[in-house]
Ligand binder design. Structure first.
Ligand SMILES: Cc1cc2nc3c(=O)[nH]c(=O)nc-3n(C[C@H](O)[C@H](O)[C@H](O)COP(=O)(O)OP(=O)(O)OC[C@H]3O[C@@H](n4cnc5c(N)ncnc54)[C@H](O)[C@@H]3O)c2cc1C
Length: 229
């Protein structure tokens, strides 16, 4: 469990040819009566040989996510299609600095990028702005903390929407122009910004970046909204 309502599943995929950070898979479940349901999940793991990780946030009343978070057990088999996605991905040869902006479970493909960067030994400056309700809602909290402590080229900034930690200077709330202004920081303007999260989050973060003068061509987005769009 990453939080009380989100779980990482490690999938053994024989013959997996690898993937790029940022890509996703389509997971298809089939009930005993033949009914099927398919949903997309970002790959959380860096490219490794035969194991894939996905992290699923339970959506109350949802068809697939409650099953994956609460019921799926070791040994279960799913159908997978992928890797999918050629636009929202990062490779170690790409220009930096890179800015990552994640809201809620939108952290998942961004974490894959952070892990891929570490796996490649790349020094590309990364700046992550991670918006979550409270510290209890953070995925990968210890790993992110340790990675940022160990690497001055990886900056991680938390933007809590409901309640932060006592020492926070930032008041809890949605992303503002102040959060966007902090991205350039010591590294200068990002060559590319990846934004991922619910539809509304992605739209408002994109607008804040455009208002701050970032080029539209430098922004790549992935939306996790109900429409899957
Ligand atoms: C490219 C892509 C990557 C994705 N990666 C991830 C990931 O890494 N981790 C993850 O947890 N999810 C991810 N999602 C979202 C995921 O595909 C499902 O939409 C989500 O798990 C809900 O499915 P469900 O069957 O439980 O809900 P559904 O049965 O589809 O929907 C139930 C109810 O919840 C609403 N709803 C559906 N999805 C959401 C949502 N995301 N937020 C709020 N309300 C919703 C619906 O409108 C409906 O009212 C991704 C989506 C896309 C398009």
């Amino acid at each position: 469990m990453e939080t009380r309502s989100a779980r990482t599943l490690v999938l053994d995929v024989p013959g997996w040819d690898g993937h790029d950070a940022g890509q996703h898979v389509d997971v298809r479940l089939t009930a005993p009566d033949g009914y099927t349901a398919q949903r997309s999940y970002s790959i959380a793991s860096a490219a490794t040989a035969d194991e894939l990780e996905i992290t699923v946030q339970k959506v109350s009343g949802g068809e697939v996510s409650p099953y994956l978070v609460e019921t799926a057990a070791v040994g279960d088999e799913f159908e997978l299609r992928g890797p999918v996605g050629g636009w929202f991905r990062w490779r170690a040869v790409d220009d930096g600095p890179i800015s990552l902006i994640g809201g809620g479970s939108g952290i998942v493909p961004l974490m894959a990028m952070i892990r891929a960067r570490e796996q490649a030994g790349a020094m590309t400056p990364f700046h992550l702005t991670y918006s979550a309700r409270t510290p209890d809602h953070l995925f990968y909290a210890h790993e992110l903390y340790r990675a940022a402590e160990a690497d001055p080229n990886l900056q991680v900034v938390y933007a809590f929407t409901r309640a932060g930690i006592a020492s926070d200077i930032r008041r809890p709330g949605r992303l503002t122009s102040n959060d966007i202004a902090a991205i350039a920081g010591s590294n200068g303007a990002p060559a590319r910004t990846f934004i991922c999260g619910p539809n509304g989050f992605v739209e408002s973060a994109t607008q804040l970046l455009l208002d701050a003068g970032h080029a539209a061509s430098s922004i790549r987005t992935e939306r996790f909204g109900p429409s899957g769009g």
